[in-house]
Structure formats: structure tokens, C-alpha cells
Design a protein around this ligand. Sequence first.
Ligand code: C5P
Length: 217
Amino acid sequence: MVKVITIDGPSGAGKGTLCQLLAKQLGYHLLDSGALYRLTALSAEKQDVPFDDTEGLARVAASLDVEFRPVEKGVQVILAGEDVSSAIRQEHVGMNASKVAACQPVRDALLQRQRGFAEAPGLIADGRDMGTVVFPEAKVKVFLTASADERARRRVMQLEQAGLDADYAQILQDIELRDKQDRERKSSPLKPAEDAVVLDSTSLTIQQVLDRVIALT
Ligand code: C5P
């Protein structure tokens, strides 16, 4: 069986960086499941599909024409031939992704596509429900968290490094709202799998987090 390591947790806990480092170190494939929800939200916006049109959103999710192209500095995301790597990272797209992700038909439409990423020699699966729903049989499951303050601080640093404006109070508010939406929704709410190891990264460096996860494999 293909070895799957699931890394779930709230936004900004450091999952993205951790998963890229893990995939590189272990030579595994990488599934950024959040990108699929972001792509669904972006496509719906481009096609004028309203966020309360459940069936329309599910159709958008099922027909996503997406390619994840590995490049030197990570992964390029191509949607219908267009590079949307930066576009899907915008705050409002994350917020809209959280809305479409609450819709069960969208989750159903993306389920098999996500499972298809599990190929030899192994997969690092990054998301909210990787250990609970998409890969319940995974042998190593991690739930990575950090305080909302620390996650907002890291996000501000990331934006500033990219030369973008960052408003700490606004970012903290968005993070808290997105956490609430993700935790309280009926479909696949954000929560640790019963057999997940919970890791709080608030006062850990990325290297310390990486070492702890590698020790579990
Ligand atoms: O991880 P990222 O911030 O890119 O995810 C965007 C949104 O997609 C999350 O806020 C969450 O609502 C949704 N998501 C999800 N299930 C996943 C991954 C992401 O519901 N497995």
C-alpha cells in the first residue's frame, strides 16, 4: 500500500511549508487539498456561479481543469492553461474557499481526485480532513496547530516579505473567522482524527516541527 502521511490543521499553522519539506526529504508526492477548494472558489467567481448555488459549485469542482507543475520554488498551479499560483493565495479567495468547502456536494466532487494523488512511493496530504475523511487508513496522522496570534504574526511576515501590505488586526480577524467556519461546519469539520498526533507549533521552529514529524514515520 502507498504510504500516506496526513497533515491537517487550521490556516497559518505552517502546514504548507512543513509539507513541502517533508515531500522533498522523503521523495513523496504532495497534495495541497486547500488549493483545490481555492481553485473551485476562483473558478466559480470567474464563471459567475453564486456561492449559494450548491449544484453549480459541485459542477465547477468536478470539472476543474488543473495542473500542479513542480518548479524550483514549490509548485505552479495552472487552471485552464492560466498560471493562478498567486491569484489563489489572495485573502478573499481563501475566505471564499472556506464557503465553498462547507458544501458537501463540492467535497464529494473533489474526493476521488484527492485520493488519486496517492501514488508510490508515498504522499504527503495537506488539509483539514485528510486524516478524518480522505485518507482514514493513513498510518501517520498529524494535526498541526498554533495560537491564532502566532498564525496572524507569521502571515504578516509572509506578506511583508512578498512586498505586500499587511494589517495585523484584519488578518487576525480573518483567521479567527475562517477557523470558526471550518470548525463549526457540518461537512468534514476541522478536527484532529482520533489517531492523530497533535503538534502545537506556536513556539517551535519549522525544523523542530519537521524533526518531530520525521520521527513519527
Ligand atoms: O489550506 P488553505 O488555507 O489553502 O485552505 C483554504 C480553505 O479550504 C480552508 O479554509 C478550508 O475551508 C478549505 N479546506 C477544506 N478541506 C481541506 C483543505 C481546505 O475544507 N482538506
